[in-house]
Design a protein around this ligand. Structure first.
Ligand SMILES: [Zn+2]
Length: 157
C-alpha cells in the first residue's frame, strides 16, 4: 500500500455542500491515492441490517463483504458527494481508496460520487453546487435518465 500522508494533505472544515468537508491543504496530483475509506468490514446480512437503520456510509467491497465507514476511525466519511467530483472511490487490493481524478488545487473541496442507487433518490437531495448537478445524490450511470426525467415518478419541476 502507498504511504498515506493524508493528514498533511487534507483539512477538515465546514463545507458549503454539507456538514464538514475535506479540503486540499496542498496541491494533489491526478491519480494520487488521497485517503482510504476505512471502516468495519461487515457481512452482507449485517450490512443490510445497518442500511435499514439509515446508515448511509456503507460501501460495497466485494460479493461477500461491505465496509461500514461509520464505524471506527474514518475521516474519509467527511468527503462530500458531488455530481462533478474531483475524486473517485476505487477498490484497490481489497481496500477502498479515494483517488484524485484530476489535479486538485489547495483550498478545493474533495468530492466523489457516492454512487447511490436511484430508488430512494428523494431522500438524498444534492447540494453540490456544480453547474451539472442532477439535483439528487445518485450514481453517474443514472445521470442521463435523471436529466431526461425518464425514471417513473421523477419530479418535472
Ligand atoms: Zn449535485
Amino acid at each position: 500500500m502507498p504511504e498515506q500522508e493524508t493528514r498533511s494533505v487534507l483539512e477538515f472544515k465546514p463545507s458549503a455542500i454539507h456538514g464538514l468537508g475535506a479540503f486540499a491543504a496542498a496541491p494533489i496530483r491526478a491519480g494520487t491515492l488521497v485517503i482510504e475509506y476505512a471502516g468495519e468490514r461487515v457481512s452482507k446480512a449485517e450490512s443490510t441490517r445497518r442500511c435499514e437503520t439509515g446508515n448511509t456510509s456503507i460501501f460495497e467491497l466485494d460479493e461477500d463483504w461491505d465496509v461500514d465507514g461509520n464505524a471506527g476511525w474514518n475521516p474519509a466519511r467527511f468527503l462530500n458527494h458531488s455530481c462533478a467530483p474531483n475524486c473517485d472511490a476505487e477498490l484497490i487490493e481489497g481496500h477502498i481508496w479515494i483517488v484524485a481524478r484530476r489535479d486538485i488545487a489547495p483550498g478545493e473541496e474533495l468530492t466523489f460520487n457516492y454512487g447511490y442507487d436511484w430508488e430512494d433518490y428523494r431522500q438524498h437531495v444534492c447540494h453540490c453546487g456544480a453547474a451539472a448537478c442532477v439535483g439528487y445524490i445518485v450514481a453517474e450511470e443514472f445521470f442521463e435518465s435523471f436529466r431526461a426525467r425518464k425514471p417513473i415518478g421523477l419530479p418535472t419541476s
